[in-house]
Structures are given as C-alpha cells and as structure tokens.
Design a protein around this ligand. Structure first.
Ligand code: NAD
Length: 358
C-alpha cells in the first residue's frame, strides 16, 4: 500500500492511500483534534474525479469538527472516503486494506459507517484495526447510528417549529421530506406518529411507494419537493439543496432535516432569513448519530440510556442557537458556526494551559 501525505492548509493531516491489489483508492482527513481524537464515517462513492473525493473528505471532516464541538462529544473531526461503487465494487479485502490505512494513523482517526458503507464493512475493517466504531451491538459497539440521528432531527425540528410557529404540537402540520432512507424514513415515522401530514420524495421508486403507503404520505417527484406548500421542509438526502435555484421555490417556514451541508454557500443562510424561513443548522440537528457513537468512548463503554439523554440535548441546542441568532441579528447558520468556534477556542485555551480548567 502506498500512503502519501497531502499538505492542506487548515487541516491537521490528510492522506491518500492506494492499494491496487485490493482495489483501494482512499483518503483520510483529520481536520481538528483539539477536543479529542477525530471521528467520522467512511463514505464509499463512485466519484468521477479524484478531486471530487478530496473536496468531499475535506468538507465532511471539517463539518465533523463543528458537529462534535457543539454536541460536546469530546471528539475531533475527521472523515474517510473510498472511491468506488458501493453496489458493485465492495470486497472484504477492500475494507481490510482500508482498515490497514486507518490503522497507520494510530488512533488519531477512528472510522464508522457512512453513505455507501454498513456494519458488515466495519466488521471487515475491525479485523485489522481497533479504530472502528458503530459496530453491531452484539460485537460490543453502539450499532447503526441512523435511528439516533433521526430522533435528534425530530426533536430539533420540533424545537425549531416551536421557535418559528409558536407551537410544539405537530398535529396537522405539513412536513415535506426529501429522501426516505435511513434518516428520512425514521424521521417521517416519528412525524406521522406525532400527527403531521407528510409529502415525501425519493429517487428510489420502490422505497418511496412503500413508505408512502405505510405513512399515508403524498408523493411528489424529486424536483417538485422544493415547491411543496409545507410548513417544514426536511432535506434528508443530499447536500447543497438550499441554493440559488431552489430558494425561490421554497414556501416553507422552517428548514430542518438530517442531510449534511444543506446550504450550498454560507450566503444562503442569509437568504433563508430574508424569506422569513427559520433554518435549523444541519450539523447541530443531525448530531444524534455521532452522539450515540461517542458514548462508546466513555469509560464504562456504550450505554443507551446515556446516549438518549444526550440526543435529547439537541432540542436545547437548537433553541439556544435561535435565541443567539435573534439577539445578534445573524442567521442561525452563522450562530451555530460561531458557537462551534467558541467551543474550539475554549478547548485550545485548555490545551495551552496544560489541560487545567479555566
Ligand atoms: P440513505 O442512503 O439511507 O438515504 C438517502 C436517501 O435519499 C435514499 O433513499 C436515496 O435514494 C435518496 N436520494 C438520493 N438522491 C435523492 C434525490 N436527488 N432526491 C430525493 N431523494 C434522493 O442515507 P441516510 O443515512 O438516511 O443519510 C441521509 C443524509 O443524512 C445524508 O446527507 C447523510 O450524510 C446525513 N446524515 C446521516 C447520518 C446517519 O446517521 N445515517 C448522520 C448524520 C447525517
């Protein structure tokens, strides 16, 4: 295996690994370990260009730093990407090779599932390195993080609705959900149980139809979801869905969903404010999964009760961010970023003073 270090400003460590025998081309980015060792999922995706994989691993690892900071997981931000089609190019040897790559970082980066990877892949990685989290419960891990992500999104969405619409009662509220996968489906189910009316979309036709009949939801095409006259829009599929093309179509009053990096650019946070739409910042709202994984690192190991208690704090975090944004007359996206920076600065001060409490 050949491992090359890539110098990237603002990142502690970035590496590329190639192992032609195992079919591996992968990147690991450790963005910031001020608050603890870096943790973030390992994505497998058929990037058409290597530059796209690098952009993704950099963007996602930075997001993990902010997500873990605000959720106070005691972890830093990192991420890994494997270039390849998760449907056709997965082999056990590929993930063992990825495990050997992760192991070379000596625990400064711990991996987990992400888009395109699952618990079985993590078990293959685990054969060659201990720096893997999110393993199945029977193997002593915290299991699939997505139910905790979906729970956190639901609780945070409720807090955002209360802040914008003055009620935490979701009955009769109309929510449009983009992407009915692990997180989107889990969210939609809880919304339905709380009495909300649902409009859903997905590019996976069979999954969409099954979810629609189970949830009694209205179905629209993937390009029609933005213009749905809903109270809340919940992006749970892709990043950059709040952009110059989609913004003029939005009729909702709240944007609150599980997808990472929902704003195409920072300025789109301001554009949402101008339209009177309250944005629940993605990296605060979707932290339930990382919170659940982080409990694995506590001295007594994984404990579901502790995890659920911490996931419930997401609602409080959303309320605090909305309050700060109101007081300082800034977009919620900026208020969340400022909060993450403050927590990181606090961590750096502690490090500089040798770990003593300030
Ligand atoms: P998933 O793959 O299970 O679900 C994504 C769904 O979106 C799929 O059903 C897919 O068909 C659909 N989709 C893809 N493109 C679409 C499009 N253009 N229009 C409509 N639907 C489309 O993934 P997931 O685990 O549910 O994650 C969803 C999002 O949440 C991702 O952005 C992920 O990064 C983020 N996220 C997930 C977790 C987690 O714990 N799983 C944690 C934090 C953030």
């Amino acid at each position: 295996m050949e491992i090359t270090r890539l110098p990237v400003e603002g990142y502690e460590e970035v590496y590329k690994a190639t192992d032609p025998g195992a079919g591996l081309t992968a990147f690991v980015a450790v963005h910031d370990t001020t608050l603890g060792p870096a943790l973030g999922g390992c994505r497998m995706w058929h990037y058409s260009r290597e530059e796209d994989a690098v952009t993704d691993v950099l963007r996602l690892s930075r997001g993990m730093t902010f997500k873990s900071a605000v959720a106070r997981t005691g972890l830093g931000g990192g991420k890994a990407v494997i270039i390849g089609d998760p449907k056709t190019e997965k082999t056990e040897e590929l993930f063992r090779a990825m495990g050997r790559f992760v192991h070379t970082l000596g625990g400064r980066y711990t991996t987990a599932e992400d888009v395109g990877t699952n618990e079985a892949d993590m078990l293959n990685l685990r054969e060659v390195t201990p720096y893997v989290s999110g393993l199945p419960r029977i193997k002593g891990g915290s299991g699939d993080p997505s139910p905790y992500t979906a729970l956190g999104v639901f609780l945070g969405l409720k807090a955002a609705v209360e802040a914008r619409l003055g009620t935490s009662d979701l009955s009769g509220l109309h929510v449009s959900v983009q992407g009915i996968g692990n997180v989107g489906y889990g969210l939609a189910k809880q919304l339905k149980e709380a009495g909300a009316r649902l409009t859903i979309t997905d590019v996976h036709e069979q999954r969409l139809q099954e979810a629609a009949s189970e949830l009694g939801a209205t179905v629209v095409g993937p390009n029609e979801i933005y213009a749905v006259d809903a109270d809340v829009f919940a992006p749970c599929a892709l990043g950059a869905v709040i952009n110059d093309r989609t913004l003029p179509q939005l009729k909702c009053k709240v944007v609150a969903g599980g997808a990472n990096n929902q704003l195409a650019e920072d300025r789109h946070g301001e554009a949402l404010v101008e339209k009177g739409i309250l944005y629940a910042p993605d990296f605060v709202l979707n932290a339930g999964g990382i919170i659940n994984v982080s409990v694995e690192f506590m001295p007594d190991g994984y404990n579901e009760e502790e995890s659920l208690k911490r996931v419930h704090n997401i609602a409080t975090a959303i309320k605090d961010i909305v309050r700060t944004a109101d007081e300082q007359q800034i977009p919620t996206s900026q208020a969340a970023f400022v909060l993450a920076q403050q927590i990181l600065a606090e961590g750096r001060r502690k490090q500089d003073s040798g770990g003593a409490e300030l």
